[in-house]
Design a protein around this ligand. Structure first.
Ligand SMILES: [Cu+2]
Length: 124
């Protein structure tokens, strides 16, 4: 009955804990990836635009869950299109494409969503 398999659940729990820690570490800008994954991955994301950095190169966004990537959080994203944020008022609901390329993550194709758009973390 108590064979070598009895150690397995604990190892499984440790693996799951490690996976959770990896996901929650994403705000620190982890861009490492395992070999064998595609070079560039893109994700369609919705969120609320909070503000632009002083140098204009990054946007702070409260984003919805990005499945298999990140839970809901507020974080900074690199914006490569210089004028992309010019017509986006702070507090607007937006949609954008998250690009995760080797060595860098950034966002592009930022679109304003209709006024009054409810996001998953908004109060009803
Ligand atoms: Cu995030």
């Amino acid at each position: 009955m108590f064979d070598s398999n009895s150690k397995h659940p604990r190892r499984m729990a440790r693996t799951i804990l490690f996976a959770v820690l990896m996901v929650t570490a994403c705000e620190q800008g982890n861009s490492e990836r395992k070999s064998g994954e595609p070079d560039t991955l893109t994700y369609e994301v919705r969120g609320r635009f909070l503000n632009t950095s002083a140098d204009g190169l990054r946007a702070r966004i409260h984003h919805e869950e990005i499945a298999s990537v990140m839970p809901i959080m507020k974080m900074w994203f690199i914006v490569k299109e210089q004028d992309a944020l010019r017509d986006i008022p702070e507090g607007s609901a937006i949609a954008f494409t998250l690009v995760r390329a080797p060595g860098e993550d950034f966002i592009e194709n930022i679109r304003l969503l209709p006024p009054g758009t409810m996001l998953s973390f908004d109060e009803q």
